[in-house]
Ligand binder design. Structure first.
Ligand SMILES: C=C(OP(=O)(O)O)C(=O)O
Ligand SMILES: [Mg+2]
Length: 401
């Protein structure tokens, strides 16, 4: 085992043109790891705190870096992450910032993998990890907080569940994205792209469902395997004063549950994320009871990758799936704990990017390491394809990752 020799932090650009934190971890034996924090726009109320990157870096340099350098063994991820937590001293990383914490945590894991001469997924998953690969959920049409004047529902996600390989699945999602553009063009609907590279046309959700349904079935016929689709409703962003606000109408909680349940059946949806507000465990439980036998009801803002919030959900049978975003909780160890608790209780973990991203590929490795059934990381755009192409390389077992 080798100790951390130095931790270097800097501001770099993310995909929205904002600053974010990048960390380099060097070990005493010459190992090296680099990672960067992503950043959300439709952030959950209960997420760990992202500080201004300059402040996060200054605070981590003062409080965390001196405790890590020369003291902590890089392969001992729990110790790295416990040290980050105790250096921070708060429950939610409000002192050093979850952005500094997650960048250092992921960079340390990469440095440990480098020392071992193993790919990151192998280091994180161990020698006896399974050999399944995640189905990529590809964002095709979207709006909400990710694009102005577009759909109310935040994400319409292609899900190539029948793809024989990750590579086929990744190409299928890109084809659905292209086909959706063709259909919008035929309908004379102009469209630019939102934060995650999805089309962000000024259409209502009903029309987006029509476009998705057609695009998915055309590409499924072309590719010769089953492609379905799903949603991230981002319900907390629609919820205000006890009602869900869509473009031209509002829905009460009961109406929202009925609406989503009907959509699951009408479009055979394979996945529905955050169908309700982030405080509505009861609503999640009711919807899961109604349709959880035929689709995933996933908590993102509801659970925020947090074992305590997930435990509450498990007790109440709220949802049957959890979105895993390491920066929502601040360290890889915490993300692993959430995945483990989920799997033990029959909840499917879905590893996810953020709307603000970098070229960092850690989540592709995390998904493979933990045998996650799904990964949500866009369908086009350099910061998204960085992860998707890394999945293809991992699947092909290439020698240098
Ligand atoms: C990826 C998402 O968006 P953001 O990063 O803006 O929270 C999401 O809500 O699942
Ligand atoms: Mg979400």
């Amino acid at each position: 085992m080798t100790r951390i020799e130095s931790v270097r932090l800097r501001r770099i650009l993310d995909s929205r043109g904002n600053a974010t934190v990048e960390a380099d971890v060097l070990t005493e034996s010459g190992g090296f790891g680099r990672a960067a924090a992503p950043s959300g726009a439709s952030t959950g109320e209960y997420e760990a705190i992202e500080l201004d990157p300059g402040e996060a870096i200054a605070s981590a340099r003062e409080h965390a870096v001196p405790r890590l350098e020369g003291n902590v063994y890089v392969g001992d991820q729990r110790d790295v992450d416990t040290t980050l937590r105790s250096a921070d001293g708060t429950d939610n990383f409000s002192e050093i910032g979850a952005n500094s914490a997650v960048a250092i945590s992921m960079a340390a894991a990469k440095a440990a993998a480098d020392v071992l001469g193993a790919p990151l997924y192998q280091h994180l998953g161990g020698a006896f990890r399974g050999d399944t690969f995640p189905v990529p959920l590809g964002n095709v049409i979207g709006g909400g907080e990710h694009a102005a004047d577009a759909t109310a529902i935040q994400e319409f996600l292609a899900a190539p569940v029948g793809a024989p390989s990750v590579q086929d699945a990744v190409f299928a999602n890109a084809a659905v994205h292209q086909e959706a553009a063709n259909i919008l063009d035929e309908r004379d609907v102009p469209s630019a792209k939102g934060d995650e590279g999805a089309w962000a046309p000024s259409i209502d959700d009903d029309e987006a469902f029509e476009v998705m349904d057609e695009a998915v079935s055309t590409v499924a016929d072309d590719f010769g395997f089953d492609i379905r689709f799903g949603l991230d409703v981002a319900g907390a962003e629609l919820y205000e004063d006890g009602e869900y606000h869509y473009r031209d109408q509002t829905r009460s909680t009961d109406e929202q549950i009925e609406y989503v349940a009907d959509l699951v059946d009408e479009y055979d949806l394979v996945y529905v994320e955050d169908p309700l507000d982030e405080n509505d465990y009861d609503g999640f439980a009711e919807l899961t009871d109604a349709v959880g036998d035929r689709t995933l009801i996933c908590g993102d803002d509801l659970f925020v990758t947090n074992v305590e919030r997930l435990s509450d959900g498990i007790e109440q049978d709220a949802g049957n799936s959890i979105l895993i975003k390491p920066n929502q909780i601040g360290t890889l160890s915490d993300a692993f704990d959430a995945i483990e608790l989920a799997v033990e209780n029959g909840y499917d973990p879905v590893i996810s990017h953020r709307s603000g991203e970098t070229e960092d590929t850690t989540i592709a490795h995390l998904a493979v390491a933990t045998d996650a059934p799904f990964i949500k990381t866009g369908s086009v755009g350099g910061e998204r394809t960085a992860k998707l192409n890394e999945l293809i390389r991992i699947e092909q077992n290439v020698s240098r990752l």
